[in-house]
Ligand binder design. Sequence first.
Ligand SMILES: NC(=O)c1ccc[n+]([C@@H]2O[C@H](COP(=O)([O-])OP(=O)(O)OC[C@H]3O[C@@H](n4cnc5c(N)ncnc54)[C@H](OP(=O)(O)O)[C@@H]3O)[C@@H](O)[C@H]2O)c1
Length: 295
Amino acid sequence: MSAKIISGTETAKVIREELKAEVAELVEKHNVVPGLVTILVGEDPASQSYVAAKNKTAHALGIHSEQVTLDADTSEADLLALVDKYNNDEKIHGILVQLPLPKHIDEAKVLYAIDPDKDVDGFHPVNVGKMVIGEQCFLPCTPHGVLELIQRAGVETSGAEVVVVGRSNIVGKPVANLMLQKRDGGNATVTLCHTRTKDMEFHTKRADILIVAAGVANMIKADQVKDGVVVIDVGVNRVGVTDSGKAKLAGDVDFDSVKEKAAAITPVPGGVGPMTITMLMKNTVQSARQFAGLA
Ligand SMILES: NC(=O)c1ccc[n+]([C@@H]2O[C@H](COP(=O)([O-])OP(=O)(O)OC[C@H]3O[C@@H](n4cnc5c(N)ncnc54)[C@H](OP(=O)(O)O)[C@@H]3O)[C@@H](O)[C@H]2O)c1
């Protein structure tokens, strides 16, 4: 059996079309233009390309987007003042500070300074807390993307054994939390694995849905999963260079062998990756609705 491929590229395309229509309606009927600002400190090439992709996508959907690039030696105080300026800018509904920040800046201090109502990355403790207790909030983009992929692929989560590998604050912990929420797309029995897990294979082999976010190329092999598993591979690992000089990427799951046992699987690239930026756009549109009293 070869698995059904859950394409993040295709799913993201569908959601982006939905968002484009929603933005057009917000503009026409309510004169509301969703606004996003991205703030980049320094010249890290990967961060530059992420920020460029976010602005390009925003533009394509009709979202007003501003991109601010600051020198690497910008002070923490200046960055906080900029965040405060956008907290009070009515044209802006979403503020994204691209991570990582230079070492002399306290990342938490900056993220906590963002108005939780404009925290479209979903990293502010107010939004994290609301997510945990199941209240309406901005969900962090990658876990939100994982949820959408699973739901839109028609995978039943209620009562399913979900195993998550990785417990980071941006992927593993929130994704595990979302899967156990008492609502559609949740209601799973969740196990969270990490480097201190004693017998990881015992857990991964029980999974009906296996979500891997460890950052270790090809670590999950076919003999660690059961027949018919649904696999969501969040990992993005640079494993070389393609003939055209681009980075060669691999997931955390050994795609070629695992796809022969799985019922469905996401590829890398083209799986969770395209969903992350799309969920940022979804959060920005949601924020604009909330500010306009339309949510
Ligand atoms: N597609 C996207 O949009 C997107 C977004 C974010 C991240 N990612 C990718 O997802 C991966 C994870 O990112 P992250 O930020 O969550 O990484 P992270 O902060 O480095 O966390 C990795 C987690 O995996 C666990 N882990 C590492 N090696 C393990 C092993 N051999 N066995 C069991 N657990 C192991 C770690 O356990 P300990 O806690 O015990 O150390 C940690 O909890 C990376 O490849 C990253 O590039 C993709």
